[in-house]
Design a protein around this ligand. Structure first.
Ligand code: SF4
Ligand code: SF4
Ligand code: SF4
Length: 174
């Protein structure tokens, strides 16, 4: 490829990255998710060197180098086990103490959940180790899930388990 094609190449790469970003945003919620225990986003971005050490350390490979090379979680790859390896691998001042809550977000079940169409499904409940997903019986309908927000730790295990991508993240300010 010649030099005069470079701007177009950069444009297409930018478009491609934007497509990936928007797909992840659509699947997970309104924004990318920083690693667990990350400080506030602007503080995180100011201090993160984009070295990628946390990405390499992540035992479930859910950390990726996202937009701008900053680490993001992709829950389509799996769940967070809260192993803290990302925190240990990082030499920058971007993480909070690990005795605090790892995240603010919680899982949220959307209207396209199969049970809303009266189709029985319990895939999400089966993968939730925190037992935060409860199924409630209703007369003449299949049991439907609700999330106990006080029990949900935001691990993301339920997101990939849903066959119709009905589970997203919700944030307290929404
Ligand atoms: S706590 Fe462990 S599993 Fe979770 S993002 Fe960090 S390295 Fe990955
Ligand atoms: S290890 Fe720390 S500085 Fe390096 S990319 Fe991860 S969060 Fe940023
Ligand atoms: S995010 Fe984790 S803890 Fe929360 S409901 Fe889903 S599987 Fe359970």
């Amino acid at each position: 490829m010649t030099d005069e094609n470079l701007p177009r190449r950069r444009f297409l790469r930018g478009e491609f990255l934007r497509t990936l970003q928007s797909e992840r945003t659509a699947l997970q919620g309104f924004q990318g998710v920083r690693p667990p225990w990350a400080k506030a986003n602007q503080t995180f971005i100011d201090a993160c060197t984009r070295c990628g050490d946390c990405v390499a350390a992540c035992e479930t490979h859910i950390l990726i180098q996202g937009e701008g090379g900053f680490p993001e979680i992709d829950f389509q790859r799996g769940e967070c086990t809260f192993c803290e390896k990302c925190v240990s691998a990082c030499s920058a001042s971007v993480f909070r103490p690990t005795n605090e809550m790892p995240w603010q977000h919680k899982a949220d079940i959307g209207e396209n959940c199969l049970t809303r169409q009266n189709v029985a499904c319990r895939s999400c409940q089966d993968c939730c180790e925190s037992r935060a997903i409860r199924f409630t019986l209703a007369l003449g309908r299949v049991a439907a899930p609700t999330i106990d927000e006080s029990a949900c730790n935001g691990c993301g295990a339920c997101i990939r388990s849903c066959p119709v991508a009905a589970i997203k993240l919700s944030y307290p300010e929404e």
